[in-house]
Design a protein around this ligand. Structure first.
Ligand SMILES: C[S@@+](CC[C@H](N)C(=O)[O-])C[C@H]1O[C@@H](n2cnc3c(N)ncnc32)[C@H](O)[C@@H]1O
Length: 231
């Protein structure tokens, strides 16, 4: 990709949600949850897997424990340092890459699985589509992309109720503090689930499963069609 003076600077979001990442990581069962997801996704020994926005590297290390070759990618070197410590504790090898959704290096058609959890909301919508298109090109035909994020589930007129319900739920169940919710709403770019779905299908993904659960949580299982199949 040519360097352009108008290209989005992903690094401006570094550190914005490290508090959020540590909250996710504080779930004692985050390794079990990651393993269950990877098992559901059928991860096999020798698969090439990328976790983009890997944070503390819990899912990346679980994939490595299942025998995958893992690229743990994050825009924040501090997060990658924590991911490396986690890998050492788990006695697995992961390949860390200090890069973002818009800049990670890849060979076209090379990954068996790409995962990105609670990271896409760092990009404005135009750049989300650019990032999703890069992920599409990085996947092998027939391979899956597993995306989870904070997304709005109602139509725009329900936004205030949505956000307040999410704030209450997160503060009660995830040790969130109110300022994390405020930062998320003011400085980050969560969008509507129907916007994300349209982006994904325009890019060519097949929506295998979509689940909106808990306030503002969206989980998407996407597949890049095999050659000759319709998206
Ligand atoms: C909320 S944390 C989620 C971490 C982990 N995926 C999880 O679910 O626990 C978001 C992560 O995305 C990273 N990040 C922010 N902007 C990014 C970008 N443009 N590309 C890749 N990673 C980014 C942050 O450094 C942070 O580690």
């Amino acid at each position: 990709m040519l360097a352009r003076d108008w290209y989005y600077n992903e690094r401006r979001q570094i550190g914005l949600d490290s508090a959020v990442a540590s909250i996710y990581d504080r779930h004692d069962d985050s390794d079990l949850r990651a393993r269950a997801a990877l098992t559901m996704l059928g991860v096999q020994r020798g698969w090439r897997v990328a976790d983009i926005g890997c944070g503390h590297g819990v899912l990346a290390c679980e994939a490595a424990l299942l025998g995958a070759e893992v690229d743990a990618i994050d825009i924040s070197p501090a997060m990658l340092a924590l991911a490396n410590i986690h890998a050492r504790d788990c006695r697995v090898a992961i390949r860390t890459q200090p890069a973002g959704l818009l800049s990670f290096a890849y060979q076209p058609n090379s990954y068996d699985l790409i995962v990105s959890e609670f990271t896409l909301h760092h990009l404005p919508d135009f750049w989300k589509a650019v990032a999703l298109s890069r992920i599409y090109h990085a996947l092998k035909p027939g391979a899956d992309f597993y995306l989870r994020d904070i997304v709005f589930v109602s139509m725009p007129d329900g936004r205030e109720r949505d956000v307040e319900e999410w704030a209450d739920f997160s503060i009660k169940n995830h040790d969130f503090e109110r300022h994390s919710v405020i930062t998320h709403m003011r400085d980050e770019y969560s969008t509507f689930g129907w916007v994300i779905e349209r982006m994904l299908t325009e890019i060519g993904f097949t929506l295998v499963a979509v689940d909106y659960h808990a306030p503002l949580h969206g989980t998407y299982l996407l597949r890049k069609p095999k050659h000759g199949e319709q998206g």
